[in-house]
Design a protein around this ligand. Structure first.
Ligand code: ZN
Length: 206
């Protein structure tokens, strides 16, 4: 999967922003990784920075793009310096040098997981199923976390595993350039929409 910072604000990205923060105002920020900051751990990173240098946390959404496949908004926090400047201090998984960030004044960090918001950029069953699988995984994980508070099973492996396999199968299919009318990745010879697409329709709904 090849998601990265979108180089420009397309129509689909505008739609995504409108969905997460109506009237939101996106800004490009240069990534300035703080010493000791951990990839993807924006909330603890910003909290540690505030403890050292004061300033405050600003929550919002980091915008990602998988070109020709989907756009995705991830709940995110940046540091606001005492002078009021927005600074991205969290290093990126693939070394992106800039991020596209939409501040969301209505939201604060409460410690609970917030799922990404995803929009397909083409009408394709494979992409739709990939998004459904990704959403289902987060739902099961959150259920697992809640359950663990009561001393029960922390991660329901039997529920997660088939979803992870589905997500990986779909991710590989899309990365290989397959569309829903192409032969299914499983090698059956049938079109995806008539093969695995049919069973995923039953699991995820159309
Ligand atoms: Zn198949």
């Amino acid at each position: 999967m090849k998601t990265t910072t979108p180089p420009r604000i397309t129509r689909h990205i505008q739609q995504l922003i409108e969905k997460v923060v109506p009237g939101g105002d996106p800004v490009y920020l240069t990534v300035q990784p703080e010493a000791g900051a951990v990839v993807n751990e924006c909330f603890p990173n910003v909290e540690a920075k505030i403890a050292r240098a004061s300033g405050r946390m600003l929550c919002g959404w980091q915008i990602w793009e998988w070109p020709h496949v989907m756009v995705e908004a991830e709940f995110h926090a940046v540091w606001v310096s005492p002078e009021g400047q927005l600074v991205e201090i969290t290093p990126k998984p693939h070394g992106e040098a800039t991020i596209l960030f939409v501040p969301d004044a209505r939201r604060t960090y409460t410690g609970t997981a917030v799922d990404n918001v995803r929009l397909p950029v083409r009408d394709d069953l494979l992409v739709r199923h990939f998004i459904k699988a990704s959403e289902a995984i987060v739902q099961v994980m959150n259920r697992g976390e809640r359950a663990s508070q009561y001393g029960q099973v922390s991660v329901p492996v039997h529920e997660i595993e088939p979803l992870m396999m589905a997500q990986s199968f779909l991710g590989h299919s899309i990365s290989s350039g397959l569309r829903d009318h192409d032969p299914c990745l499983c090698g059956s010879g049938g079109k995806y929409k008539r093969c695995h697409g049919r069973s995923f329709d039953l699991v995820f709904g159309q």
